[in-house]
Design a protein around this ligand. Structure first.
Ligand SMILES: C[S@@+](CC[C@H](N)C(=O)[O-])C[C@H]1O[C@@H](n2cnc3c(N)ncnc32)[C@H](O)[C@@H]1O
Length: 278
């Protein structure tokens, strides 16, 4: 009998569902606690459903959804709120909900389950499921212009709720370096940071503000964990910069190429790589 596994509840940029089978080829055979410091939509977490896990993402709105999903009462209230969003969905309604964070005092008064429903609704009704905020931290992705929106699969959310509550899963919303501080020998960390870009300038950054300096900081954390006897796996683009940062570790190149630059003639594709220390 196969157990039903949860699936990500959001569409997340850099989500790993398409290359999950490749990633799974390179997992360690055994480990104690599972750490995922850049959990995003949790594609690998939900596939592995580890008994002991620490999951983290610096995106507070996203981690609030995981928090709400781990409390039955709040989870049900969130679903009721989502039903309202689905019923009222329109361009005007989308912008009304999206712009709730513009009034900080009012936004702070919203309950966590209302905020979680807003995050899921915006993810499903916005253009391409992107998560992007402007310099003031306001969500600024436009409406996808679809008349209907389906925001959740009740059975899937129940599987997630059951997984989070029946196991020892710690939720955090912090920087990746904080998340791995408690790691011990034989724990396993999967790092899936925002991708390195092909632009080699030190000032370039992605939507999440993850620039080359952050990639370097991450490589240093990777090396410290390695010294401690922690099993570490990291996925990224196979760029020269990444090859340099992780020189000496095991590189497993994934053949499926994705376009990463959609701007005019700079369109290019780059390989993905999985780097392990075991
Ligand atoms: C490539 S995505 C992870 C995708 C995820 N593996 C999935 O399958 O959906 C990278 C994530 O890192 C988060 N992030 C960016 N900077 C971070 C930081 N300094 N510490 C922790 N998380 C960070 C982003 O919010 C984003 O969710």
């Amino acid at each position: 009998m196969t157990t039903l596994k949860p699936k990500p509840f959001v569409k997340w940029a850099g989500g790993k569902r398409q290359i999950l089978d490749k990633i799974k080829e390179y997992l360690p055979l055994e480990f104690n606690t599972y750490y995922e410091p850049f959990v995003g939509g949790g594609a690998l977490l939900f596939d592995l459903i580890p008994e002991h896990a620490v999951i983290n993402d610096s995106n507070k709105e996203l981690m609030n959804v995981y928090e709400v999903l781990s409390n039955y009462e709040l989870f049900i209230k969130m679903c009721k709120e989502l039903n309202i969003h689905e019923r009222k969905n329109s361009e005007e309604y989308f912008y009304k909900i999206r712009d709730l964070d513009r009034d900080i005092k009012k936004y702070e008064k919203m309950t966590n389950y209302q905020k979680a429903a807003r995050t899921i609704y915006l993810n499903k009704a916005c253009f391409n499921g992107l998560y992007r905020v402007n310099s003031k931290g306001f969500f600024n992705v436009p409406f996808n212009k679809k008349e209907r929106v389906s925001t959740y699969d009740a059975e899937n959310l129940l599987l997630i709720h059951t997984y989070l509550t029946n196991n020892d899963v710690k939720l955090m919303s912090s920087d990746f370096s904080e998340c791995v501080k408690m790691c011990q020998e034989n724990d396993f960390v999967y790092f899936d940071p925002p991708y390195d870009t092909l632009n080699n300038s030190f000032t370039s950054y992605t939507e999440e503000g993850f620039d080359k300096k952050q990639q370097e900081r991450l490589a240093n954390v990777y090396k410290e964990l390695d010294k401690k006897g922690v099993k570490v796996m990291l996925s990224n683009h196979n760029t020269d910069f990444i090859k340099e940062l992780y020189e000496g570790y095991n590189f497993h190149v994934i053949k499926a190429k994705r376009n990463i630059n959609s701007k005019g003639n700079k369109r290019g594709s780059v390989e993905e790589v999985i780097i392990t220390n075991y």
